[in-house]
Ligand binder design. Structure first.
Ligand SMILES: [Zn+2]
Length: 425
């Protein structure tokens, strides 16, 4: 059956808004144009709102299997759909870890059963993400691993990283790294800077992240591997990635919305809803992340959606797990803070959240063009709303942005031609 999303404003290559209709058949886009109409088609009225490709999030935690009290594939993917995402990559710190064919098949089965959108699982780089025994990259790739990571922990041994990078290069998959040298964490719960001293809390120095990135880009060069850095947070990390790119090393990088929006001095108190890894850094670090996005050193934006229970986050930073939720607030916050204020264009933000992310992993998603999967969202740029964590579709309530007001809310999400989220007035 043919469907038409009609009367929507699409951002063209020049960044201008153009009114178009978009037709879809069997989950694919078949036509985009000003005079496209199809007799008898099912019409979805766009009311002149902005259409964008469904967002692509290459860094998410869905917690299932193993931690269903925090989130499930069903609730996490529904939360993503509400935030405008249609493709998300799920990190492997689940129980069991996708480190064997058997575990990969288990996770693929769960995704097939309950995902509202496209969920692409990572395979782990080591067994049980313990950094010790290497996984079989060829086998896991054959069973659907989109890329490889031990996210949640850094790979401590250079030789383990190097050997896996060589295998990844041979099978043309990307190694994705949470960079953290365990000998430099010092039991920290926030950035080692000014604010942690005021609050009397142990700090994680910037070098904890940046030294491992510096090591890894050299390993990637030697291995000929494609290497992607998760959640870059420090100015030294930015410099390491920038220098590596200039040297022709195949490195890409992502940044999270919270690191673009917040810095350490914004942390109001010893409140675990402000605890994430990497932590909120200094103002100089935040500024360098913005510069890096604009000059292409950082390739895309990823949420690092990391739900935890209210009980886990209730009682200060020291005992709480790291992480905050991100799907349902990412676009409106970034739009309001950086597009409405004229720092970025709408096209830049949409690209960083869709096609630029997809390109890192050669995913054919995140674009609005004929022949592409009919994954698209409608955004009401004028709709203003206060963030209320109690209203999240995610099981997680752990956000530092509760009570913030933002504009630019996704109100309709179409995945493979079907509506998977629609705002109810
Ligand atoms: Zn991480």
């Amino acid at each position: 059956m043919t469907k038409v999303l009609q009367n929507v404003q699409m951002v063209n290559e020049q960044g201008e808004l153009q009114i178009v209709n978009i037709t879809m058949v069997d989950g694919k886009i078949t036509e985009i144009g000003q005079n496209v109409t199809v007799a008898g088609a099912e019409v979805i009225e766009g009311n002149g709102l902005v259409v964008a490709p469904g967002f692509v999030d290459v860094h998410t935690h869905l917690r299932e299997p193993g931690f269903e009290h925090k989130e499930t594939i069903a609730t996490g993917s529904a939360s993503a759909a509400k935030g405008g995402f249609t493709t998300i990559c799920a990190m492997p710190n689940t129980k069991p870890v996708p480190d064997s064919v058997e575990n990969m098949q288990l996770i693929n089965g769960l995704i097939k059963e309950s995902a509202a959108i496209r969920v692409l699982p990572y395979g782990s780089l080591t067994r049980d993400i313990s950094g010790e025994v290497r996984t079989n990259i060829e086998e896991l790739k054959a069973h659907g691993a989109v890329a490889f990571s031990d996210d949640g922990v850094g790979i401590q041994l250079a030789s383990t990283m190097y050997e896996q990078m060589k295998d990844a290069a041979q099978h043309d998959v990307v190694v994705v790294a949470h960079c953290e040298d365990n000998s430099l964490i010092y039991d920290g719960v926030m950035h080692e800077g000014k604010r942690n001293k005021e609050l009397g809390l142990p700090g994680i120095p910037s070098i904890c992240e940046s030294v491992q990135i510096a090591r890894d880009v050299l390993l990637a060069e030697a291995a000929g591997a494609r290497y992607h850095v998760c959640h870059v947070s420090t100015k030294e990390s930015v410099r390491a990635v920038r220098d590596a790119k200039a040297a022709g090393i195949r490195v890409t990088a992502e940044v999270c919305p919270h690191h673009l929006l917040l810095e350490e001095m914004d942390i109001p108190a010893d409140d675990a809803n402000w605890k994430m890894n990497p932590p909120l850094r200094g103002i100089d670090d935040k500024d360098s992340l913005h510069a890096a996005l604009l000059d292409g050193t950082i390739d895309c934006i990823a949420t690092d959606h990391a739900p935890h229970t209210v009980e886990e986050k209730c009682c200060g930073m020291v005992g709480a797990p790291f992480g905050i939720v991100g799907f349902e607030t990412a676009f409106p916050l970034l739009y309001t803070q950086f597009v409405e204020t004229g720092k970025w264009t709408l096209k830049q933000l949409i690209d960083w959240m869709s096609v630029k992310a997809a390109q890192i992993f050669d995913l054919p998603y995140g674009t609005l063009e004929v022949g592409a999967s009919a994954d698209m969202i409608l955004i009401d740029l004028n709709k203003e709303q206060t963030i209320d964590a109690e209203g999240f579709v995610s099981k997680g309530r752990n956000t530092p942005f509760n009570g913030w007001t933002a504009k630019g809310w996704p109100i309709l999400t179409i995945f493979e031609g079907n509506i998977v989220y629609q705002e109810v007035e």
